[in-house]
Design a protein. Structure first.
Lengths: 403, 327
């Protein structure tokens, strides 16, 4: 039942419909069931949940109608609010596929590339982003992986890092340098890489949380056919710039709703549990003050996200709006999870398993706090976001930087 | 009043750094995490070589300073051994742990389980460590303790117990300081070396400012550590309050320093390839036990009431004040 939705439908009616769907379809007790499971079970659960959402037309509501989406923005907002309010599992594994890969294919792909991959993504094709390198993090344009023209294709050599979920990926969005002599932002091309190609070695990186979903990808004489090129050769930087922020609006709204619903609820519950001295922390006015502060900030965050989405839809968003939202969300997430870890005390540090498929706040506060750094560092560090807000938002002069 | 460590103590600290380096340096904690049963065997010989356990921090002012310097050096490498807790031991005991009576725990897994403990209200107990539920990778060697009243005379909250408490709180803060020293050094090295946008991260003002703010926190904690050590050394009546004030400052400084260190290291700081990841992991017991920041603040506030800290320029407490504080 995908396709163009009834745009005139009353949003309240749609909300009731989603609520009913949530009550019927969100697997009861999924959090308990997904706590401490292995990788295989996690992947199977993610894929099954994706198909459940797809059947309802909820998996890719942001895609164009012809590819299976077409939900009006006002309804998408309601959808994500309700999924968060009902504590639905999050789409973790499909994230890059339905956002970055789809945005890239829709904006710059050929018809053939779209036909090949968009339906496949709906059928469960998993994608990973191969952008960062050991020498190219915040300064992504410094990347040094090369793609050399050879015959009717390219031969790729180099190393990618922090590729979340690479171990399960079928395809990779790859940036590589096709012209080593061009200035650094030119000379980069954008490729679709089949992860089954010989010469690819994926190694998990063990993280402080004990998980290893970050991976290193080593590329040794990997052949990509010419059909894997997205956009024109040496114009990959522009393609990446156009599509990198594709997920920012609605996915930030989803995350803000999750933080404001289940996340805040758990924080309050943690504070309501009896402390060591008997009285729950909630009875301490200092704790109540902090919670009130968080609730105020959450209200602001949710309003900010909604505003961003609506203005993006209307074509009136400013050049730094997405950065403001990312910065505010990531630092609020960090403050809230730090507070959760503080209230939960040493016991939280011994809690080593959190439900997979949950949001960034799961109630395992120490793990959540460590995980929150995945928001202040990747995808443009907080420092980079501040620079963007200063330069593009406030119109301050560019920070002097060589290179 | 001179709160600086003596030159002899500082030199002893430098010798300790060299000795820990020679014994494996950063590999000591890595090895101990893999083989927790070898903690004592890995670190013991270095401590023997330094004559660490011959130090008498309770009886000799100069040796108290040497003990503090040694703890700081141990923290620099996240030495997987409770050096401060061994040094703080009362006569006849193997070590001293300051514990929260409601939930006693300490980072002593894999060692002799018998310890002397003192609760935050100054009561001395015998403590026996339980076998830990989790490996050190996730427990950071923390084990639950079973307490029972000490065989000998129990502290009354203002005599031996108070001295135990002050010393037992202050020395581990010196270990934590060593960790902060290292976190700042590692971050400084990283931002000088790591280039993005054609220049070292250290050239970006936002990076420099964050690092300097961490450094300001660290150096504030250093000053308080010296002051609290002097307060213990001089047997000041308010030594326990000074020790709690130090602990609060050190734990708060640690929050800022590690926050900045991780942010500036970027993703690599969360991977065990970077020593910061080890340092930050093994700083947790020191920052959370016996109480975390809010619990420590609460203790300190209750103890001080409306009196406030005496501080370096105040006069010592009157007996009346002393009685009120003990109550």
């Amino acid at each position: 039942m995908t396709g163009a939705r009834r745009t005139a439908q009353d949003v309240g009616e749609f909300r009731a419909e989603v609520r009913e769907w949530c009550r019927e379809h969100i697997p009861a007790g999924w959090r308990e069931a997904q706590t401490g499971v292995g990788e295989e079970e996690f992947v199977a659960f993610q894929k099954a949940w994706f198909q459940e959402l797809r059947r309802a037309g909820f998996a890719v509501p942001h895609w164009p109608a012809e590819w299976g989406g077409g939900m009006p923005v006002a309804e998408q907002i309601v959808l994500y609010q309700e999924l968060a309010a009902h504590d639905a599992p999050r789409l973790v594994l499909a994230f890059v596929a339905i956002h970055h890969a789809a945005a890239t294919l829709l904006a710059a792909g050929t018809d053939e590339q779209r036909r090949r991959h968009l339906p496949a993504i709906l059928d469960g094709e998993i994608w990973v982003q191969g952008f960062s390198e050991p020498g190219a993090g915040s300064d992504l344009a410094a990347l040094s992986t090369t793609a050399r023209r050879q015959g009717d294709g390219y031969v790729v050599n180099g190393q990618k890092v922090w590729a979340s979920g690479a171990a399960h990926a079928d395809w990779c969005l790859l940036l590589a340098r096709t012209d080593p002599d061009a200035p650094k932002r030119r000379g980069i091309s954008y490729f679709l890489l089949d992860m089954g190609t010989p010469g690819i070695d994926v190694r998990p990186v063990r993280q402080a949380t004990g998980e290893s979903h970050f991976c290193e990808i080593f590329l040794d004489d990997v052949v990509i056919p010419r059909t894997g090129l997205v956009g024109r050769e040496n114009e990959g930087w522009r393609v990446a710039q156009e599509t990198l922020g594709a997920e920012r609006g609605m996915t930030m709204l989803e995350l803000a709703e999750r933080l404001g619903n289940a996340g805040f609820r758990w924080l309050v519950e943690t504070c309501a549990r009896s402390g060591l001295s008997g009285a729950p922390p909630l009875e301490d006015p200092l704790v109540a003050d902090r919670l009130a502060g968080f609730e105020t900030e959450l209200t602001a965050l949710r309003a900010l996200c909604r505003d961003l989405v609506e203005r993006h839809d209307a074509g009136t968003s400013g050049p730094a709006d997405a950065s403001v939202v990312k910065l505010f969300y990531s630092e609020l997430l960090q403050r809230m999870t730090a507070f959760g870890a503080e209230i939960a005390g040493p016991a939280a540090h011994a809690e080593l398993r959190k439900p997979l498929s949950s949001g960034w706040e799961s109630g395992a506060w120490a793990l959540d706090f460590i995980g929150s750094w995945e928001w202040t560092i990747p995808g443009g560090t907080s420092e980079i976001q501040r620079t963007i807000i200063g330069e593009r938002g406030l119109g301050l002069p560019r920070e002097s930087r060589s290179g | 009043m001179n709160i600086d460590l003596s030159e002899e103590a500082a030199e002893y600290g430098r010798q300790a750094v060299r000795a820990f380096e020679a014994a494996g340096g950063d590999d000591l904690v890595r090895t101990a995490e893999r083989e927790p049963g070898r903690r004592a065997a890995l670190v013991g010989p270095v401590l023997d070589e330094l004559g660490a356990l011959d130090l008498d921090p309770r009886g000799d002012a100069a040796e108290l300073e040497a003990a503090a310097a040694l703890c700081r050096s141990a923290g620099y490498f996240a030495i997987p051994f409770p050096v401060a807790e061994r040094l703080a031991r009362p006569a006849g005991a193997g070590g001293l742990l300051v514990v929260d009576g409601a939930r006693p725990a300490a980072a002593v897994a894999g060692l002799d389980p018998h310890w002397t403990a003192v609760t935050l209200d100054g009561r001395r107990c015998d403590a026996v460590a339980r076998a830990p539920d989790d490996p050190p990778r996730t427990s950071a060697f923390v084990a639950r303790l079973d307490l029972r009243p000490a065989d000998g005379p129990a502290g009354d909250g203002d005599g031996d117990g108070a001295r135990d408490l002050a010393l037992g709180l202050v020395l581990p803060c010196w270990t934590l300081l060593g960790m902060l020293d290292r976190a700042i050094d590692l971050t400084r090295e990283h931002v000088l070396l790591r280039e993005q946008f054609g220049q070292a991260l250290a050239r970006f003002q936002s990076v420099r400012f964050q690092l300097t703010e961490a450094e300001v926190e660290r150096s504030g904690a250093v000053s308080l550590a010296k002051y609290a050590l002097w307060s213990v050394q001089s047997r000041r009546a308010e030594a326990v309050e000074d020790a709690l004030a130090l602990r609060l400052a050190a734990v708060e400084a640690a929050d800022v320093v590690f926050r900045v260190a991780h942010q500036l290291h970027g993703a690599i700081g969360f991977c065990d390839e970077a020593f910061l990841s080890w340092l930050s992991r093994y700083s947790q017991p020191l920052r959370r036990l016996p109480l975390g920041p809010s619990g420590t603040r609460d203790r300190l506030t209750r103890r001080l009431g409306r009196r406030g800290l005496t501080g370096p320029f105040g006069t010592g407490r009157s007996d009346g004040a002393r009685e009120r504080a003990a109550g």
